[in-house]
Design a protein around this ligand. Structure first.
Ligand SMILES: *[C@@H]1O[C@H](CO)[C@@H](O)[C@H](O)[C@H]1NC(C)=O
Length: 240
């Protein structure tokens, strides 16, 4: 009995240490400034033709449950798989106002599925339902989706390096838009589902949940209009 208890104590300390270690590593990230040459190199990777091709395929009406939505889902998955990324689809059903039960699918992709922790770039790929007209949602959020896919394409070589500590993860959230009125039950269907799922998935070898394995999550939304302004509202993320 005593041995059993000490084993449990020992294991909890081990996990605590790991979890604490992960927190420490996460807090130790520092923002780097690129040199002019590095900046030139990165800017030189730009491919506007590729970006516009991607945007043409994504910027169509894509309300959850419609053919357009299926098409965009399949397109994003195919693009990422074509680049050799590891793609996972987190599929679930939830009741919605107006349309009743709908299937939602978050798309999660990594160039390397074996890293301990992830820097996550995310956006949503569904478009908002309007009764009176079709809505293409260019800035909301076809452009962010195209930006992520374009990044994966033009930085293919740079992202191919296998990293076991921290790597990149993309999340294309489904069902961000409300169908009727924005509220806690009618909005961010995909993000709510995935956050709850990740919170419950415990990775034993790391002593951390999949939620804790996300070092940073950046959500790209409402981008693509001229002269964007980025304002920092929160002290704890100010250094980014
Ligand atoms: C840019 O993208 C287009 C369309 O995907 C592709 O045909 C072309 O080869 C790319 N250019 C470069 C320099 O990679």
């Amino acid at each position: 009995m005593l041995n059993y208890l000490s084993l449990i104590t020992f294991l909890s300390i081990l996990f605590l240490n790991n979890a604490a270690q992960i927190k420490e590593l996460q807090n130790a990230h520092n923002a780097n400034t690129l040199t002019t040459n590095q900046l030139k190199y990165v800017a030189g990777l730009t491919n506007t033709t590729n970006f516009n091709d991607l945007l043409d395929n994504i910027c169509i009406p894509r309300v959850v449950g419609t053919d357009g939505h299926n098409k965009v889902h399949d397109y994003i998955v195919n693009q990422l798989e074509g680049l050799g990324w590891h793609v996972e689809v987190d599929s679930f059903h939830e009741r919605t106002p107006i349309f009743g039960d709908l299937q939602f699918r978050n798309i999660i992709a990594t160039p390397n599925s074996k890293a301990d922790r992830y820097l996550t770039l995310s956006c949503h790929y569904d478009s908002k339902y309007f009764k009176e007209f079709d809505f293409e949602g260019a800035t909301d959020s076809a452009v962010p989706c195209a930006l992520l896919l374009n990044l994966a394409t033009v930085m293919k070589k740079e992202l191919a390096e296998q990293r076991n500590d921290v790597d990149l993860k993309f999340i294309f959230f489904d069902g961000e838009e409300a169908f009727e009125h924005w509220g806690p039950r009618d909005s961010i269907y995909g993000a709510r589902h995935l956050a709850a799922k990740y919170e419950n998935e415990f990775e034993k070898s790391l002593g951390a949940t999949n939620l804790e394995r996300i070092d940073v999550l950046v959500l790209l939304d409402l981008l693509g209009a001229p002269n964007p302004r980025f304002v920092s509202y929160f002290r704890d993320t100010a250094k980014w």
